[in-house]
Design a protein around this ligand. Sequence first.
Ligand SMILES: [Zn+2]
Length: 346
Amino acid sequence: MICALCLEEKQPRPNTHYFSDFLIKNALNEDGKSDREKGMYWSIDTESPTVDFNFQRNASPIKLEKLFGRQTTDEENEKSKSQIIYSVNDKFCTRCEDKFGTIETAFQEQVLPKFRGANLENVTQVQLSVDESRAMRLFALLQIWRGYICEEDILLSDEVADYLRGKIFNEDNTDLEEIPLSATYLETSRPEGDVNGDAYKTGNSILVNHHANINHLLLNDFLFQQTEHLHVPFDEFFGFNTEDDYVDLFNYQSPSFDVKIIPDSQRRIKNYNYHSYTAKKLMATTYWTFLDNYTLTFKKLPSDREVATFMSEVANSEDMLRFTDERLREREAHFFKRVKNEEFRN
Ligand SMILES: [Zn+2]
């Protein structure tokens, strides 16, 4: 394999995380615990009618059974052994993985303690020192660059991609100020009276997306946004961005780096916006698939009453956002039986 960082022919290092594990693992694990390989997660693709459910080895069988409504199959168990979330097997070599580690450690030591676990009451913005700013920039751009190598949803020009590759390869965190980059921290606190351990930490999401020339990388409690030109239209991104400080927060050409803080109460509202957007998208695609499958089965269009019944039953089911493709198809098949039994005949 040719390693994507050093560009040399090397033995690949398997299971390399391309989004830093310590950043995202709380959001993925079943109780917000940070055990490795205990994740259960839904990857949300808004173009598909359902959410793909995946789990990693060591996820608790009881919870899995509850979610699936059945025991997991051998095939699924096998898949969970070989797959680690947001990781790749054939992109980077061991020596380059060590370089990633150095960049990640600098961020963990110099920057992370200013946010995670820090008292951010009434703080709206944190300004990092020049050294901290450099560590922040290289770390955030490392996530973006690895995302670009490993995901289709992150776009970079060849020029910027190669520039970043060089900076990461040399572990050089200087001269990154020309790349507009913003970081937003989502304060994540335990709700008052909450006794469910670390479960509240799983309320955040992972979202990778390129829209209107901006790469958005929502990684648990950090949102990184990066563009190549400051002349981009304002994008509210589920309410995480505000128009008045939008451009400033890209920290363009600034030796010090400002991080916007979203207080916990606001974080929950914005997460809600995101989930409701996702739900609407899922409902729309569910509708079109239902229509397709109905016409295929019955060679006619469904009645308004049938559509309304099916959609409201899906929408009102507790775990609508957690439907696997399999469960939605089952639900459809069950509904079609009711149609055949003339339940909806006027
Ligand atoms: Zn390499």
